[in-house]
Write a protein that binds this ligand. Structure first.
Ligand code: CTP
Length: 449
């Protein structure tokens, strides 16, 4: 019996796929089709796949050509599969000509003619019109946005606005296809969604304005600095039928999400303690917005939403008590430490703009602990550690670019699929963070050091 194997994503299954599978099947008696897993595709930068792995597997099965469907989940798996399934022929479309010659060592490699004029990429492009995004606030983070959006399907950045005409003109010069607008109202007329990257205290006004104009909103973290405003914004978004999402890049980081689900599934037992730290010194450039009390500067507003995330994700918002300790200089906190007491756990965070600290995340449980070294907020690696060190495990992931691409992709996906809430950062989690920011503003259980 001649066994043939072939691989692909098979998104939006089309005639090209069907022809390829038929030709592959004709090469032997038994055809195995490897369909890429969602995480494998994401890991290799294919962020725009429309069908999930189950849908893609079902579509391949429905062609009737596959005798067996397997999932491709890691680099190098093809060699493992060829040996494991005793494969005689590896077949793939001619667009890959030469790329798989290294498999000749293990079986025969055949490049099959590709069907001209059709591809999943083409179908994806045909079935969506890009979401047109306007950037409000053309500062540091906003300057990373077009580059990151460039790798995500279905989005084009077409407009920008900044109160500083110079910043706006620089932006237009730097990024092709982006037009400057002299008012937010004018910008809102020409776009479908906005990315708000202005100083914290201006977020609320821009969010409401954009939502009231029927536009989707991705807003930099922290979204707003009090719980009621956060709730109100989410309610307004739902009422108006638009997506509102807080741009907390850690929440969308693939490794961070994997760590969270592993912990929730009990790999370190019952979680009893979370310690999360993050510090960023700015070379004493005290003129920055980050040090301006009038613009909600300071460590906690600036960095707090990152370490709050694992704590809230694992324990929610029903803490018994939160004590906050800060060291101030010129009206802003240069260092803040917070300690949460939950019914059966204690969690703490440290953030500093003027104090340097080890920026790691340690989650301790009754059976072991998770250790995520700095920069854990853009996690690409973590370890699970146990008393018996033989059981320790290390996990590595890909983190591409500045990491904003993951949140941009989710934002676009929520818009296209009309999902008001994302599992990566629940609305209640955003509200909870805003409530904690508010407790800090009100100096509730607060101690200056
Ligand atoms: N294929 C083909 N003819 C096409 C498109 C794809 O023969 N017109 C083949 C590929 O060469 C591969 C298999 O189908 O062997 C699965 O390819 P996949 O990457 O899933 O399909 P594409 O349409 O090329 O997807 P994309 O545009 O996302 O790269």
């Amino acid at each position: 019996m001649t066994k043939v194997i072939t691989y692909g994503t098979y998104d939006l299954l089309h005639q090209g796929h069907i022809n390829l599978l038929r030709r592959a099947k004709e090469l032997g008696d038994y055809l195995i089709v490897g369909v890429t897993s969602d995480s494998f595709d994401k890991g290799r930068g294919k962020l725009n796949v429309r069908n999930n792995v189950l849908e893609r597997v079902e579509a391949v099965k429905a062609t009737g050509f596959a005798d067996e469907v397997i999932i491709e989940d890691y680099v190098g798996q093809k060699i493992d599969d060829i040996q494991k399934y005793n494969i005689d022929v590896f077949a793939i479309g001619s667009d890959w000509e030469g790329k798989f010659d290294y498999l000749n060592e293990f079986c025969k490699v055949v490049y099959l003619p590709r069907t001209e004029g059709i591809s999943s990429t083409m179908l994806r492009a045909e079935t969506t019109t890009d979401v047109k995004v306007g950037v409000i606030g053309c500062g540091r983070v906003a300057n990373r946005f077009p580059f990151e959006a460039g790798v995500v399907n279905g989005i084009s950045i077409t407009a920008c606005y900044d109160i500083s005409v110079d910043a706006m003109n620089d932006y237009v010069r730097n990024f092709e296809g982006v037009n400057a607008y002299e008012s937010v109202d004018a910008l809102l007329n020409d776009i479908d969604a906005v990315y708000v990257a202005t100083p914290h205290l201006t977020h609320y006004g821009y969010i409401r304005k954009a939502i009231n104009a029927g536009k989707h909103v991705l807003v930099e973290t922290p979204m707003v600095l009090n719980g009621e405003s956060a709730k109100e914004c989410f309610e307004l978004a739902e009422k108006k039928g638009v997506i509102l999402m807080e741009a907390n890049k850690t929440a969308h980081c693939p490794a961070f999400n994997h760590l969270m689900v592993m912990i929730k599934s009990g790999v370190i037992g019952e979680v009893v303690d979370v310690e999360a730290s993050l510090s960023k010194l700015w070379d004493d450039n005290m003129t920055l917005r980050e040090f301006d009390p009038g613009q909600a500067g300071g460590s906690f507003y600036e960095l707090g939403s990152y370490p709050l995330l694992p704590i809230i994700r694992l324990f929610g918002c029903n803490y018994k008590n939160l004590n906050i300790y800060s060291r101030f200089q010129d009206g802003v906190d240069m260092y803040t430490k917070g300690v949460f007491r939950y019914e059966h756990a204690v969690c703490s965070f440290k953030v500093g703009l003027g104090v340097k600290t080890e920026g790691n995340l340690v989650i301790s449980g009754t059976k072991g602990y998770a250790y995520v070294p700095a920069p854990w907020w853009k996690t690409d690696y973590f370890e699970l550690r146990y008393e018996d060190q033989n059981k320790n495990q290390k996990y590595f992931y890909k983190w591409d670019g500045f990491g904003l691409r993951y949140e941009i992709q989710e934002f676009i996906s929520c818009i296209l699929n009309k999902r008001f809430s994302t599992a990566r950062l629940r609305r209640r989690e955003s509200v909870c963070m805003a409530e904690i920011m508010e407790a800090f503003t009100n100096r509730k259980n607060f101690f200056e050091i």
